[in-house]
Ligand binder design. Structure first.
Ligand SMILES: [Zn+2]
Length: 253
């Protein structure tokens, strides 16, 4: 009978090491890309429980400490800046969920500036801030999107029709209602506001889909909105919260 050749010793030792490495890699991928992490575990509850929603929801005009921006709407922040929604993706802003219906929850300007809505923008406005309150002299832009329904019926305020350019708005100006338009009527987003702080290039805003063209919104709101610094928690104001005397708009139909 022929004897089976034994595995050489170094190969045998490598097997448990490889198993541990594969396990660690699997855990890393699961934790970062598949497991509903901390705050996302509340996704269904904020839509079904008024109590849970109100525990975590921030209100329009809320200013956290001395932060320059006040909060734009009523909702719970679940998606943070530099969070990954799928392999290779880095989220360029924050996603705020109102738990209502499309066209109901008002959205307001977080800071004064000059509003533009390009001719083909159904669901988006951008507001130019000539001097960044955190770095005076630097121009930045604030970007608000998903202000339309699934079909692309716009919820942007009638004060800002398509092809609006450089209209001055105060902080607290009503911009429109929260929607779920994704660009594809067959695949709407969940109802939310996507907000980002966009970099300027020689007087023009850069493409905000690329995170490198945006700033971490955390210091602008006084909230921990950077996923790398807050992987689990729903952001809430840790310090003193005050409210701007904004004239709040009625809810949509
Ligand atoms: Zn988003």
């Amino acid at each position: 009978m022929k004897r089976r050749k034994a595995w050489p010793m170094p190969t045998l030792l490598a097997i448990p090491v490889l198993l541990v490495l594969a396990g660690a890699a699997g855990l890393y991928i699961y934790r970062n890309y598949f497991r509903p992490i901390g705050r996302w575990a509340y996704f269904s509850e904020i839509h079904t429980s008024r109590q849970i929603f109100e525990r975590y929801a921030l209100q329009p005009g809320l200013r956290c400490g001395e932060a320059p921006f006040a909060f734009p709407t009523t909702g719970v922040i679940l998606g943070l800046w530099d969070e990954s929604y799928r392999l290779g993706h880095r989220h360029s802003g924050v996603d705020i969920f109102s738990g209502t219906q499309p066209g109901v929850t008002p959205i307001y300007a977080v800071y004064p500036g000059y509003l533009t809505r390009q001719a083909d923008w159904k669901s988006t406005v951008i507001i130019r801030i000539p001097s960044d309150p955190l770095q005076p002299g630097r121009q930045i832009w604030t970007y608000y999107t998903h202000l339309a329904d699934q079909q692309g019926q716009s919820f942007v305020s009638e004060a800002f029709p398509p092809d609006t350019h450089e209209v001055y708005v105060e902080a607290g100006t009503f911009l429109g209602y929260m929607g779920n338009y994704s660009g594809d009527p067959a695949a709407p987003t969940g109802l939310h506001l996507h907000f980002s702080v966009v970099k300027d290039d020689d007087g023009e805003f850069l493409n905000e889909l690329d995170i490198r063209n945006t700033y971490d919104p955390s210091p602008y709101f006084g909230l921990v909105l950077n996923h790398r610094q807050n992987a689990e928690e729903i952001p809430v104001c840790a310090g003193e919260a005050t409210f701007e005397p904004w004239e709040l708009h009625h809810d949509g139909p």
